[in-house]
Design a protein around this ligand. Structure first.
Ligand code: GRF
Length: 200
């Protein structure tokens, strides 16, 4: 569904390996009107930035102070005509001003079936270890809007995978990552189309 003359520019906030950012790039590369236009990280040495450089995706790094008082960050996002923000492995809570500037346009992916195994400190292998230790029979991913609390924004989509007795936190992590890579870009496309439709 292309609306003539309109585009959606996505900014990814990421601080880690960037495997999701890479999948988003692959999915939207050559897309007629949805683009991954900027990657922002709070870690200057994050592998996600090396990946972005390799693919000629514009990048920026941000320090804590500029993040919490986001006037310059908002200017940067405006400069790149960003319509939608995607958190993919970004651990800082977002300041109110940023959330207010992008209502229902900031999306996070979390590697568990929220509300289980979410909240402060629940990231990466911490999540998968907790899932394994709890004896859960399934895990999965949650794609949700971002609000001012960790992992509490309204849920948009969830996808699950079974956990077998033989699974370890590492194998659970691999299953969950496969779900992320398969579904996240497609869900973002649905959301981007929705934003596009609602644009004046
Ligand atoms: C993913 O597991 C995502 O669910 C979480 O952070 C991780 C990022 O991984 N929010 P990567 O950097 O995209 O590989």
């Amino acid at each position: 569904m292309q609306v003539k003359g309109k585009e959606i520019n996505i900014c990814v906030f990421a601080s880690g390996a960037g495997s999701n950012a890479r999948k988003i790039w692959d999915y939207f590369n050559n897309h007629p009107y949805i683009h991954l236009s900027l990657i922002i990280s709070n870690k200057p040495n994050a592998p996600v930035l090396q990946m972005a450089t390799l693919y000629n995706i514009p990048t920026a790094t941000i320090c804590r102070k500029d993040f919490l008082q986001p006037a310059n960050l908002l200017k940067l996002l405006k400069h790149h005509a960003i319509d939608m923000i995607v958190l993919a492995g970004f651990l800082w809570l977002l300041p109110k001003e940023l959330i207010a500037s992008y209502p229902e346009k900031i999306i996070n992916i979390h590697p568990s079936l929220l509300p289980k195994f979410g909240g402060k400190g629940m990231y990466g292998m911490n999540v998968h270890r907790a899932v394994k230790n709890s004896g859960e029979k399934e895990s999965g991913i949650t794609i949700h809007f971002v609000n001012e609390e960790y992992d509490k924004g309204s849920i948009i989509f969830q996808y699950s995978c079974p956990i077998e007795t033989a699974d370890t936190p590492e194998t659970i992590s691999k299953k969950v990552q496969a779900l992320e890579h398969l579904h996240f870009p497609k869900v973002l496309e649905i959301l981007a189309n929705k934003i596009l439709k609602e644009q004046p």
